[in-house]
Design a protein around this ligand. Structure first.
Ligand code: SF4
Length: 265
């Protein structure tokens, strides 16, 4: 039975991607996003960004990874994330070291799979966490909102999570600190709402605020996408491709930097 890995799956953004869960077998997160595809965050599992869990990889992680990688010489990414916010695990870098060691010894059909980390960005204001995160070859950091009203409505953060200005500041710092060979992608999930009393993050103020934040962060890549599976809240639904293209052109117009790749999924 597998303990740590999922897939590999064909991912819209990463190609053939093997998922690695570095957390518990239940969801543990600093957010309770309305669109979360792994369900609502239970009250007792909605934790402070200062909360740490110590879960080092067992010898099974090495064995599991080795046995799976043998079958997938075309793998594009080994992707850390899944059951919540991976930076909550104090032992995150122990997983990275094991994966990197095994990855570097294999014979790959093309390029080696990249070591990717998903983060919801809530812990990046902590210097030690930014240092850890910047060691991943590709960091996919969440920024669905760029004002505090939208942030609270969409991501429903734990009360200890700093305000959105501080999160944006920490993304600016992360981009400056990340080694040249590694990349920062900002992942932006935009959704709509069937509930007339609930303002979704697909509103023009939020989109313009995100554009201004992106201009300051200067990431390598911007990824615009929407929900693809069942969301935590029944009233959330996906925006269409036309709206994604519109948002991409608003970002382009505001950012005016051809070095930044803008992709829609
Ligand atoms: S940050 Fe990710 S895991 Fe946490 S609630 Fe939001 S979508 Fe779900």
């Amino acid at each position: 039975m597998r303990e740590y890995t999922y897939g590999p799956f064909q991912s819209r953004r990463l190609g053939l991607s093997l998922g690695v869960n570095v957390l518990t077998n239940y969801k543990l997160c600093t957010y309770n996003c309305v669109y979360c595809e792994i369900g609502l965050t239970k009250k007792e599992n909605l934790v402070s960004p200062n909360y740490r869990i110590k879960l080092p990889p067992s010898p099974n992680f090495r064995k599991e990874l080795k046995s799976i990688l043998t079958y997938f010489p075309h793998l594009n990414s080994i992707t850390f994330g899944y059951n919540g916010e991976p930076t909550l695990n104090e032992n995150l870098l122990d997983f990275l070291k094991v994966a990197e060691g095994i990855r570097n010894k294999f014979d790959w059909a093309n390029q080696k799979p990249i070591l990717t980390l998903f983060t919801n960005s809530s812990t990046l204001y902590i210097d030690k966490i930014r240092k850890r995160v910047s060691q991943f070859e590709l960091v996919l950091a969440k920024l669905d909102t760029a004002n505090n009203d939208d942030f609270k409505r969409t991501n429903r953060p734990h009360h200890d999570v700093p305000n959105i200005e501080m999160i944006i500041e920490s993304l600016i710092k992360l981009k400056q600190e990340i080694p040249k060979n590694n990349k920062l992608a900002i992942q932006i999930l935009i959704y709509d709402s069937y509930n007339k009393d609930f303002i979704p993050n697909n509103n023009s103020k939020n989109i313009l605020d995100i554009a201004q934040a992106l201009k300051k962060i200067k990431p390598d890549i911007i990824q615009i996408y929407s929900t693809a599976r069942i969301p935590a809240e029944y009233f959330v639904f996906s925006i269409d491709d036309e709206r994604k293209r519109e948002i991409a052109s608003i970002f382009k117009e505001v950012i005016r930097d051809d070095k930044i790749e803008i992709n829609i999924y």
